[in-house]
Ligand binder design. Structure first.
Ligand SMILES: Nc1ncnc2c1ncn2[C@@H]1O[C@H](COP(=O)(O)OP(=O)(O)OP(=O)(O)O)[C@@H](O)[C@H]1O
Ligand SMILES: [Mg+2]
Length: 246
């Protein structure tokens, strides 16, 4: 579902969940799970329904909060009943940990609050009129300047020890004029020893290149050129404490 405003103008986000009917399968049961987990005291509505997870706008004692819920069941394409996915708790845990690591290191990610099973809560990026738009849905007024901020945001993430492996204009939200990075479920920790540094850094280099190529494609629309090979090389070099990539 595209990130279009989920509430029409007549409905304010503070409206209680009970009065909204979003015609989304599983909406009510997920809303109940969010409330009984204690992650929120009110569920306002659905922000996004993705392949594996849904993101809800909720509130905790009156303050807005976003809750990402990995779905516990996936319908089998080969027929038969839905498959229960025990891995969803792990996915939520991993995304929570990665987001926490990035946030602790000062990167522009929504501050994570708590995780319970397959769900976690984080800072809501947006305002009363709706969630912050994705970069893919925004028409920038100063693209060149914004590109610089995106690149320093990616560098800040790496400095915090996190490389986004699914970077694209769909996973960057534009909030208060700044890029915010979301959807870190597949991210890579690049700050610890353990594992083979060469393997980790090779994966990091590939992820940074493919992420930057998605970013490049977006900025090409504005006629802005993105030279990212050197940027990626510089980042990997800064992460390469043992000099294994040289
Ligand atoms: N903290 C947040 N504040 C506001 N909106 C958010 C927040 N986190 C996510 N969203 C919205 O939810 C959408 C989906 O989030 P995200 O990219 O994390 O999951 P996803 O892409 O659906 O995951 P999947 O890969 O499982 O489909 C985002 O595009 C964004 O519009
Ligand atoms: Mg996403």
């Amino acid at each position: 579902m595209p990130n279009n405003p989920y509430l029409d103008a007549s409905v304010h986000w503070r409206i209680r969940s009970g009065t909204l009917d979003l015609h989304e399968a599983g909406y009510r049961s997920t809303a109940e799970a969010i409330l009984s987990s204690g992650l929120a005291t009110d569920v306002v509505g659905l922000i996004s329904a993705g392949k594996e997870a849904d993101v809800y706008l909720a509130s905790y004692n009156g303050s807005p909060i976003a809750v990402k819920c990995y779905r516990l069941y996936r319908t089998s394409h080969k027929g038969g009943g839905p498959i229960k996915l025990d891995s969803m708790g792990w996915k939520a845990a991993k995304e929570y940990e990665m987001t926490f690591q990035a946030w602790k290191g000062g990167a522009k990610v929504p501050a994570p609050a708590r995780r319970v099973e397959n769900m976690f809560s984080m800072r809501y990026l947006g305002d009363e009129t709706g969630p912050a738009p994705r970069l893919s849905d925004v028409r920038l007024e100063a693209p060149e300047k914004f590109l610089k901020v995106v690149m320093s945001g990616i560098a800040a993430l790496a400095k915090a020890g996190v490389v986004h492996t699914d970077l694209s204009p769909y996973n960057i939200l534009v909030h208060s004029g700044d890029p915010w990075f979301i959807d870190l479920s597949e991210a890579l920790r690049v700050d610890r020893t353990g594992g083979v540094p060469w393997v980790t850094l090779t994966r990091a280099a590939e992820a940074l290149s493919s992420g930057m190529s998605a970013v490049e494609k977006y900025f090409r629309k504005y006629g802005v050129e993105v030279e990212y090979e050197e940027f990626v090389r510089g980042l990997v070099d800064s992460l390469d404490r043992f000099g294994v990539m040289r």
